[in-house]
Design a protein around this ligand. Structure first.
Ligand SMILES: [Zn+2]
Length: 177
């Protein structure tokens, strides 16, 4: 799988992200203002619906000509820390199971935010900036391992953080063995 690429300009960034469904790079340009507004100290998620303009017409399994969504996670340094593609509103549980297996996990753990936390919670010292960032990625679309990767933190730290945030009633971790 080719590396995702980013070119940073004065007011925008150009991103080439690998779409698993198209089996090709998808090019996007994103305003830095848009990223700043969405970041709020965390991770910005760029959502982009598209169709593969050149699907493999001979291949009945290639559905990339149908509209699908790519999520590109961008951090405050304008680097891409995660990409995922899916049909419909969210990735299927099967694709999350595959992702968990690929990262060597024996069970599928999907953290989901259950209480929306405003950015002011960080200023008030209720949660740390790292916890806030991680919470924003707990959108039900990522396994615990993917959350750690997107947030740029190690898995053990994120596991501990999840326990703490769960006790605070902010996040639930759904498990499937
Ligand atoms: Zn695609």
């Amino acid at each position: 799988m080719p590396e995702n690429k980013v070119k940073k300009y004065f007011s925008l960034v150009e991103v080439w992200a690998w779409c698993d469904i198209c089996q090709d790079m998808v090019a996007l340009s994103v305003d830095k203002d848009e990223i700043h507004n969405g970041l709020e100290m965390g991770i910005y998620t760029k959502e982009f619906k598209h169709k593969n303009p050149h699907p493999e017409l001979e291949d009945p399994d290639d559905l990339s000509g149908d509209e699908h969504t790519i999520y590109v996670y961008i951090n405050d340094n304008y680097d891409v820390t995660g990409v995922k593609s899916f049909f419909g509103d969210s990735p299927t549980i099967e694709s999350l199971e595959e992702a968990a297996a690929a990262s060597g996990a024996t069970e599928v753990r999907i953290p989901i935010i259950i209480k929306d936390v405003p950015a002011t919670s960080v200023h008030l010292g209720m949660i740390t900036p790292d916890e806030y960032k991680v919470l924003k990625i707990c959108d039900g679309m990522n396994t615990l391992e993917q959350v750690a990767e997107i947030a740029g933190q190690n898995l053990e730290d994120v596991e501990k953080m999840m326990e703490k945030l769960h006790k605070k009633g902010l996040v639930d971790v759904i498990k499937r063995v």
